[in-house]
Design a protein around this ligand. Sequence first.
Ligand code: R5P
Length: 297
Amino acid sequence: MIVFASGAYQSMAAAIGKTSERALGKFRTARFENGEMHVEVQTSPLNEHCLILGSIAPPDEQLVSVLLLAHTLKKEGARRVIAAFPYLAYARHDKDKPGESLAAAWAGALIQASGIDQLITVDVHSERAKALFQVPVISLSPAELFAEVLRGHSLRDATIVAPDGGAIGRCQAVKVAAGLADDQIPYFEKHRTPTGITHSGPLGEVGRRVVMVDDILDTGGTLLSACEKLRAAGVGDISIMVTHGLFTGERWKALWRLGVKRIFCTDSVPLPAGLDADRIVRLPLAPLLEFTLRGLA
Ligand code: R5P
């Protein structure tokens, strides 16, 4: 299998290549004078299984570059093209509302049309999104990585709490992976209002030490609102585990003032520059991806 990695995923590709001795493929993206994109594949994919490691957004231009790359690999005779997008952008846009775009279905159709045969991602937002992606999707669970954190940071006695109903399954998976009793998960009910996110809860006993588990920390709105409620309930020590740390904007930084000690996230997306490296702990995905690729070879 030849691995073609886009810019931000070069080090993950190198880590995968190091353990498996997979060849790293070379390609180049450029633009015509008027800005239209162009891809040149410099490693022949003829009759090869190819892996594209990258992301389709943000920014959106990644969508054009990885899909143009997939199309070029197929055109040049690749036997099979697998895309590993550790963070599957647009998967959150999975609800069909009249008059609004259904971006998960749209992105899925483009991925299929570009010749990608198999998609691998980590912790896809929902089963509904997975079904909309029109190509076979393997969604890897980060539960083992988070369970390892619970063990390594003496957090096994903390209460695992879900910031909304959609995160309950993620919390249960982490508890099972950590060998903890799979009992009721305290959770919040999340309400979206025109002015932002509000929470009611927590529903269930939370104690004084909490680990909150979710798939995405984007602006931090969801976790901030839940942390405010936890503080009001007397929780003094909060850790956060998110699969995808997007850390958009500045608002999420208020989490530190609400008693959050550490944020653990995978390296599914590059970290914005200048973030507090002591309190944001990154969990490498390369071993999990490599293990999965071995099963596909
Ligand atoms: C929503 O359903 C997701 O699971 C996350 O809770 C959400 O996308 C996080 O976004 P933000 O950090 O902007 O609240």
